[in-house]
Design a protein. Structure first.
Length: 248
């Protein structure tokens, strides 16, 4: 079970934490713990207490993250027969207060969940994902399943807990990352999408803040590209423990 947190804002990078075994896990209806870190619902606030070491420099990461949903959705969606996704809080407010490092920050947040009955690389070859900021917010998926069939999902969130289907726009290619991972982004005809800031560039995964045009709006969004053909290769599997080492 991997426990990680991805935060992007002024002075904030992405911290990948330790992969732990089953004895380090505990959960009930409102509380989920992984080793010394845990998250719990306190009324309408999701509170995360982080107590870990960052990889690879092993500095201590200690602090509190609070996420306040501005809307909650009840419906999960199937990306493939054995793989599911639930955008629990498509729009939220998030605040961060850390002792190590000394860091405070607040801004726009988001909470979702992916799970499945098989390893993710058995279900997909690749996907691109886009979370649109603003009102209404939106999330768009497009990719290829392991059997070669394409899939696409586009949902608009008007702010009352509903998820409205929207048309999946055509895609355009974005520039590749350092490891030459391909990525594409939904963009209407005539639009020129661009990368505003890069956050993650790995041999199988890219994440960036981008700008594109959807439904006639010029929007900013968080974008990710996941290449599972790359992920399943032996060389990438051998690299993973250096980024997220296992701990019993």
């Amino acid at each position: 079970m991997a426990f990680n947190v991805a935060l992007y804002g002024p002075g904030v990078g992405r911290w990948s934490m330790t992969e732990r075994g089953r004895p380090s896990l505990w959960r009930d209806a409102t509380h989920f713990a992984v080793g010394a870190s845990h998250m719990r619902w306190e009324g309408d606030v999701l509170t995360l207490q982080i107590n870990e070491r960052a990889v690879p420099h092993l500095g201590r990461i200690q602090g509190t993250i609070r996420l306040v949903p501005q809307q909650l959705t009840a419906e999960a969606h199937d990306l493939a027969p054995a793989h599911h996704w639930h955008p629990h809080a498509p729009t939220a407010h998030i605040s961060l207060d850390f002792d190590r490092p000394d860091l405070s920050w607040q801004g726009h947040g988001y909470l979702d969940q992916n799970w499945g009955e098989e390893p993710i690389e058995d279900g997909f070859r690749r996907w691109d994902w886009l979370r649109v900021e603003g009102d209404p917010g939106a999330v768009l998926y497009a990719g290829t399943r392991a059997d070669g069939s394409p899939f696409g999902l586009a949902l608009r969130f008007p702010g009352d807990g509903r998820a409205e289907p929207m048309e999946v726009p055509p895609t355009q290619a974005l520039d590749r990352g350092f490891w030459r991972v391909a990525r594409s982004i939904p963009a209407e005809s005539g639009a020129t999408p661009c990368v505003l800031k890069r956050f993650e560039d790995s041999p199988f995964y890219l994440r960036a803040h981008v700008e594109t045009q959807i439904e006639g709006r010029q929007v900013r969004a968080m974008h990710e590209s996941l290449d599972l053909d790359r992920f399943r290769t032996r060389v990438v599997k051998l690299m993973l423990p250096f980024r997220m080492p296992r701990r019993r």
